[in-house]
Design a protein around this ligand. Sequence first.
Ligand code: G16
Ligand code: MG
Length: 219
Amino acid sequence: MIKGFIFDLDGVITDTAELHYEAWKKLSDEMGWHFDRELNEKLRGISRMDSIKVIMDHNHVSLADDVIVELATKKNDIYVNSLESMTPDDYLPGAKELLTHLRQEGFLVALGSASKNAIKVLQQLKAMHYFDVIGDGNSVAKSKPAPDIFLYASEKLKLQPSNCVVFEDAEKGIDAAIAGGFHSVGIGPEERVGHAELRFNTMKEATYFEVRSFFSDFF
Ligand code: G16
Ligand code: MG
């Protein structure tokens, strides 16, 4: 029986990928590192520290741990500043409608994001009231593809993973949902999230009606 829904943030509820890209690009330019949109794709859904390591590996750079933390903090300051321009108009099309519908139908709803800035993003969107539980980058130590963030969210909702549907746009996010025994919905292309149980190209197609009909055996 499906009783709860767990949403990833970036790429599902709103598109912060562009703001992350601009912040990493600024840091990379200052450091003389190569960074482009293709490399940015590899950062989808992974933590800040994992992200900087991917960029450094790509550039064959190695630095002391404290310097890496300092640089990741610098990127974060740029990113957090850019969040000031985010408004309630910045939901991905369809996301607000689905959240509203799920609440009307009485489902429990949680956030399961890798971002340590998730609360700030939800506040900018005025989306806090949709969530019973917030699982973010501060909630667990192991990030996706480990299932920990989704297990944290389902535990707080007091639900078994098999009673929850995870919405994710990242390959590693779907890996995490499967590893935790959750139902999964992928948002994005087949080559990225084709391993999800159900897939939509965008959140616009992910209506309550579509989701409900697909999982009808479990409602
Ligand atoms: C998001 C983004 C990732 C980002 C991560 C950590 O994850 O998709 O690119 O690296 O958050 O963000 P922060 O630096 O704000 O802690 P999600 O899980 O919401 O898709
Ligand atoms: Mg995401």
